[in-house]
Design a protein around this ligand. Structure first.
Ligand SMILES: [Zn+2]
Ligand SMILES: [Zn+2]
Length: 159
């Protein structure tokens, strides 16, 4: 998947995928892919919908949803199901990274860990070929940790 380095590569791969599936190459499908590529990081169906509207490109929610499913199937987009959060998506060609998920506020931070990436690249599994991997780390972000500490320090007077 490392060949997904520019916009043209995504468009070409989607084109080939639609050919193979004998599906129509509608302008909507490609407009959605182009929008997806404009997101620097994660997005949700809602934020993608908003972005399409801002670009004055009107598509139905159903079309958007179906196209995202196709992009996931074509291995151009990855779906993330973080516990307790809305489904998020991101480009498949993004540089490998891990996700730190705050269980208090739901913030997701992306981190690059060279050691972990090197380890995973070298890791061979018996009777299994790795296509990609994803690491989710759940915890508390510093903002939430600070807030919790404060709350503990000042007793609740509202009782
Ligand atoms: Zn937090
Ligand atoms: Zn990510």
């Amino acid at each position: 998947m490392s060949e997904l380095t520019n916009r043209e590569a995504y468009i070409k791969q989607f084109d080939l995928f639609l050919d193979k599936k004998k599906m129509r190459k509608t302008p909507e499908r490609f407009a959605i892919l182009r929008r997806v590529l404009m997101f620097p990081s994660h997005f949700t169906i809602e934020s993608l919908m908003e972005s399409m509207e801002q670009g004055s490109f009107h598509v139905s929610r159903a079309t958007l949803y179906n196209t995202i499913q196709l992009l996931v199937e074509a291995q151009l987009v990855r779906r993330h199901v973080f516990e307790g959060l809305q489904v998020q998506y991101e480009k498949a060609g993004a540089t490998p990274h891990s996700h730190l998920i705050c269980t208090s506020c739901g913030k997701v931070k992306e981190v690059r860990d060279a050691n972990f990436i090197a380890y995973m690249n070298a890791r061979k599994f018996t009777a299994f070929t790795t296509n990609f991997y994803s690491l989710y780390v759940y915890g508390t972000c510093s903002t939430c940790a600070r807030r919790m500490k404060k709350r503990k320090a000042t007793p609740n007077k509202e009782v």
